[in-house]
Design a protein around this ligand. Sequence first.
Ligand code: PYC
Length: 312
Amino acid sequence: MRQIHVIDSHTGGEPTRVVVAGGPDLGAGPLRERLERFRAEHDRFRSAVVNEPRGSDAMVGALLCEPNEPGCAAGVIFFNNVGYLGMCGHGTIGLVATLAYMGRMEAGVRRIDTPVGVVTVEYHGAGVTTIGNVASYRLAKGAAVNVPGIGIVTGDIAWGGNWFFMVEGSPVALTLANLEGLTSYTWRIRQALTANGITGAGGAEIDHIELFGPPSSKEVADSRNFVLCPGKAYDRSPCGTGTSAKLACLYADGKLKEGEAWRQESIVGSVFEGRVAVRDGQVMPYVRGEAFVNADAKLMLDELDPFCWGIR
Ligand code: PYC
C-alpha cells in the first residue's frame, strides 16, 4: 500500500495539504516543467490527495520539491480539485507554517521557487508570514462581458500569480448566507468569459472570479471579497493571489500608495494585510496572513479501493 506523508494547515480558513514525502518523482529542472510532468504523468496522484474521500473541493495541495532556482529554501507546486495553480498565496503561508512545524523554517526572509517564479517569504513566528509575491499587474480595466441571464458585467482583468476577473460592487451581499447565489453568479461570469474568448495574457484562461464589497466594519478591513476558484469552490481566505491582483489595480488607479496598507477581508471574515513596493516599474505585492497546522498524517493509497485515486 502506498503511503503519503502530508501536513495540513489552514490559512484564514482555507486548507492547504503539503505533501512532504511519498509524492511523485518529477525529476529536476524548472518548476514550470515539473508541473507539466505532474499534469501529464501523475494527475491521478493530485486527485488522490485533494479530492474526496480524503480531501474536499476546497483543499489545495502543495507538493514540496527541491528548488531549481539558486538560493531558494524550497520549491512548491500547488494543485486543487481540478488542476494546478501557478502560485497560491494562502498555500504559501500554509507551507511556511508547515516548514516551521517541521523545524525547517525560522524567523527571517527566505526564497521559495514556484512554477511562476521565485517568491519571498518573511516568517514572523507563530504561523504569521508575509509573502513577497510575483510582480502583479492589470491587463484590462473595465472589461465588459455579456453574461446570459444577467447582462453586461464589467470588471478588471489582473494577474497576481493567477488570472482574475475582478468585479467591484457585488449585486449579491457578500455573506456566507448567500453562498449559493454568489457561486452561481461568479460561475456564470467565468463561463461567459470562456465563451467570449476573454482571457489573460497569451490566451491564458481567467480561472478566478473575485467580487468586492464593503467590509464587515471599517475597523476590521478596507474591503470584503468573494473568490471563486477554478474548481467552483470558494476561497475561505481573502486569497493571496487575488489580493495581489487587487493591490496592483488599486496602485494603478492611484488609490493605494507604495507602502500603504490594504486590509482584505474574506467571505468568512479572515483578513490579509497587503502593501505594494515598486521595483523597476513593476508592482510587487506583499501579503501578510496567519496559518495553523491542524494535522500531521499518512494518506493510504490502496489499489483495491475503487476510490483510491479520488472521486473525479
Ligand atoms: O491564496 O492565492 C491564493 C489562492 C488561490 C486559490 C486559493 N487560494
